[in-house]
Design a protein around this ligand. Structure first.
Ligand code: BV8
Length: 227
């Protein structure tokens, strides 16, 4: 079990130019969550949902990991299996910075999930024109992301890792979405020390032993230098 578990949210990718969800001009600004991030919304308006995720997938090509992503990748070089990054983000910036021990609990933009054969395919293009599944040939591909009301990925591995950790660190998340927002309580219940690194105080701040506020691109490298 990793000694250190780091939970990341949209705030860690903000300095790379990926909009967060709840900040002004956030992703949810332009769209009602129910419309674009629920299975019901997808059944009602598949084109709108594909357009929403195709746009975010294309935007990935124009952004790069920032100092916070790179600092976590460097820390993994030192800690190896003693570090696990659990991310709510569906971008690939942790991996592009060099992190390999990453669990995407809400899925990935660069993956398509076939609703017919339930197999996944690495995906870099649009899905709106409903291409056939490379495995089964049926045109039932959806974004491989976890929508509201759906069960997050890897929950067993995540809960085991958090329960076994000595240190739980949360970076760039507002603590508004569950079960991710409940992981700090789980960590504390199993005796871990907990640290929040966020631009401003979040819903979860009171639940952390320590909280530092400022940009992740500054706070994360500073914290990594202390480890
Ligand atoms: C589920 C993928 C059952 C798609 C996403 C308990 C209580 C109440 C409600 C619920 C509950 N349990 C479940 C629910 C329902 C729901 C939920 O939580 N609703 C909320 C809105 C109340 N949860 C679900 O439906 C989940 N499924 O519960 O299934 C279950 C549960 C347990 C075990 C088994 C089964 C599924 C939720 C996943 C939905 N999919 N994303 C997509 O991306 O389009 S959620 C999506 O929104 C993100 O992945 C992320 O999780 C969330 C956004 O939050 P953040 O990442 O934190 O971003 P945000 O903008 O809010 O905040 C950014 C923060 O960064 C801010 O604080 C800001 O100040 C800071 N910041 C900004 N810039 C910087 C910075 N920090 C540092 N540096 C900077 N430069």
């Amino acid at each position: 079990m990793p000694r250190v578990v780091v939970l990341t949210g949209a705030g860690i990718s903000a300095e790379s130019g990926i909009p967060t969800f709840r900040d002004a001009d956030g992703l949810w600004e332009g769209h009602r969550v129910e419309e674009v991030a629920t299975p019901e919304g997808f059944d009602r308006q598949p084109e709108l949902v594909h357009w929403f995720y195709d746009a975010r997938r294309a935007a990935l090509r124009a952004v790069e990991p920032n100092a916070a992503h790179h600092a976590l990748a460097d820390l993994e070089q030192r800690l190896g299996d003693d570090l696990l990054v659990v991310t709510q983000n569906i971008d690939d910036l942790h991996e592009r910075a060099g992190s390999t021990r990453v669990l995407h609990m809400h899925g990935e933009l660069l993956s398509a999930l076939c609703r017919a054969c339930e197999r996944r395919t690495r995906w870099h293009d649009d899905l709106v024109d409903q291409p056939p599944c490379p495995h089964c040939g049926v045109c039932e591909l959806r974004p491989d992301v976890v929508w509201f009301g759906e069960i997050p990925y890897e929950m067993d591995r995540i809960q085991d890792a958090v329960a076994g950790a000595e240190l739980f660190v949360s970076v760039g998340t507002s603590g508004a979405v569950y079960p991710a927002a409940g992981l700090v309580q789980l960590a504390r219940a199993y005796g871990a020390r907990t640290l929040e690194l966020n631009l401003v105080p979040s819903v979860g701040t009171p639940m952390f032993h320590e909280a530092r506020h400022g940009p992740a691109g500054v706070l994360v490298p500073e914290w990594v230098a202390e480890i």
